[in-house]
Design a protein around this ligand. Structure first.
Ligand code: NAD
Length: 438
């Protein structure tokens, strides 16, 4: 099948490569010339394990190519739209201008029987509105919505073996049939492995995505709220999470108390959901998401407070090593990253912040050139008065407290991901602070 993917960022580039891996002939289109040039060379423009291998293989086989020219989408049976939907500046709603612009530019290159498939995360009701745009173009193309659930860091695996597929189809039966048949062809090898497929309407498909993210964000903020209570009572949130997690109805996953969530999806998606619910007159239905957001942001400040406390209340001029900048390990994405936020807040208090990350320094520097970035862990921790571990890359997670102790000026550690064994660090002479831990 010939397929186009419009928008080749964290989602689109991986989706394009995965579609080529599934046997399709794929063109990826993006307005960013540098990104397209890099992808055309078979080089991933961002860090994503497994992506370079797929790109090299399928660019070489010519099954996968990239372009800045929308006309190259012509002739594809399916056009996946994977452009960004960031938070609007000065508001909580999703900025739909990129989706609207991409679909408007694409439509003149579509023909009857082709399917425009939205993959971006959008406010519920967008697909119905965009279907009107597609119909008005009069090319005979139809719209479908196919939300994406990939996780950065595991995006290749999640694209090739997703845990479910959701197809949101138009209300008209003939259009729905065209859309479903094309989507089934595109995902044929995936569906063939028995992966669950939910075929539904536009609104449900759009809501599945934001509801899933709202649930995950709520679970994280729930345990972080328990961490706050643990801090006030002397309880230990890690043991608490283990104990409640043994209940199969609750489950232990996503109950890791710490500095909270970030990235290009969860924070903006729960805010956009709240904004959309308010537009629909149902603000009270998801009002709790504002609290979920507030708990999450409070944890960042708690990490900063621990550092300041360990510095005797005077951070000015003190050396603070920040380990991790990406919003999570196995990614170089620093959008709304708790780690970068903590580093910036500490710098704002006058600390000499030395920040490091295996992959995310370049992206961090582009946003916050004022920070002192160190290429290696050893450089970052040299003469540190406090070490803050904020992104749990394995190389930070499995640090030896004895060896690290020899490099720093003072053995103070803030474990913002509750990854370390406090007893082991204390035995090595460290003053240990976790979140919600004794
Ligand atoms: N990143 C994830 O893990 C993930 C997971 C699931 C869903 N999503 C959703 O997918 C969408 C894309 O997210 P992302 O993280 O890939 O964003 P991104 O910013 O990395 O990528 C978006 C890309 O779209 C391109 N673009 C913008 N306007 C364009 C246009 N008119 N024509 C062609 N290309 C255009 C940009 O240049 C950029 O490369 C968002 O709605 C996001 O919420 C992302």
């Amino acid at each position: 099948m010939r397929i186009s993917v419009i928008g080749c960022g964290y989602l689109g580039a991986v989706h394009a490569a995965a579609m080529a891996e599934l046997g399709h002939e794929v063109v990826g289109i993006d307005v960013d010339e540098r990104k397209v040039a890099s992808l055309t060379r078979g080089e991933a423009p961002f860090f994503e394990p497994g992506l370079p291998e797929l790109l090299t293989t399928h660019v070489a086989s010519r099954r996968l190519r990239f372009s800045t020219d929308m006309a190259d989408a012509a002739g594809s049976g399916i056009h996946f739209v994977a452009v960004g939907t960031p938070q609007t500046k000065g508001g909580n709603a999703a900025d739909m201008t990129y989706v609207d612009a991409a679909i408007t530019a694409l439509l003149p290159h579509t023909s009857a029987g082709e399917v425009v498939v939205g993959k971006s995360t959008v406010p519920v009701g967008s697909a119905a509105r965009l279907a009107g745009l597609v119909e008005a173009a009069g090319t005979g193309a139809v719209l479908a919505w196919n939300p994406e659930f990939l996780r950065e860091g595991w995006a290749v695996k999640d694209s090739l073996t997703p845990d479910r597929l959701v197809f949101g189809l138009p209300p008209e039966p003939e259009r729905a049939e065209v859309a479903e048949s094309a989507l089934r062809d595109a995902y044929g090898p995936v569906i063939g492995t028995g992966i669950p497929l939910v075929v539904t309407d536009f609104a449900t498909a759009e809501l599945v995505k934001v509801a899933a993210n709202a649930f995950l964000a709520t679970k994280i903020s729930f345990i972080n709220a328990m961490a706050e209570i643990a801090e006030a009572t002397g309880a230990d949130v890690t043991q608490l999470a283990d104990a409640i997690g043994h209940d199969a109805r609750i489950g232990r996953r996503f109950l890791g108390a710490g500095v909270g969530f970030g990235g290009g999806c969860l924070p903006k998606d729960i805010r956009a959901f709240t904004a959309r619910a308010e537009e629909l007159g149902r603000g009270e239905s998801v009002a709790f998401l504002k609290e979920v957001d507030a708990i999450n942001l409070r944890r960042r400040q708690k990490v900063v407070d621990h550092v300041v406390d360990l510095l005797g209340g005077e951070p000015n001029g003190k050396n603070v090593a920040v380990l991790g900048l990406a919003f999570k390990p196995h990614s170089d994405d620093v959008r709304d990253s708790p780690a970068l936020d903590v580093a910036v807040r500490l710098k704002g208090l006058g600390a000499n912040v030395r920040a490091t990350d295996p992959e995310a320094i370049a992206n961090s520097r582009a946003l916050h050139p004022q920070l002192d970035y160190r290429a290696t862990l050893t450089d970052a921790v040299a003469d540190a008065d406090v070490v803050v571990m904020v992104t749990e890359w394995d190389e930070y997670r499995y640090l030896d407290p004895m060896e690290l102790g020899a490099l720093v000026a003072a053995r103070n550690v803030v474990d913002a991901r509750n990854s370390y064994d406090p007893a082991r660090w204390r035995a090595a002479g460290w003053t240990y602070r976790g979140l919600g831990r004794r």
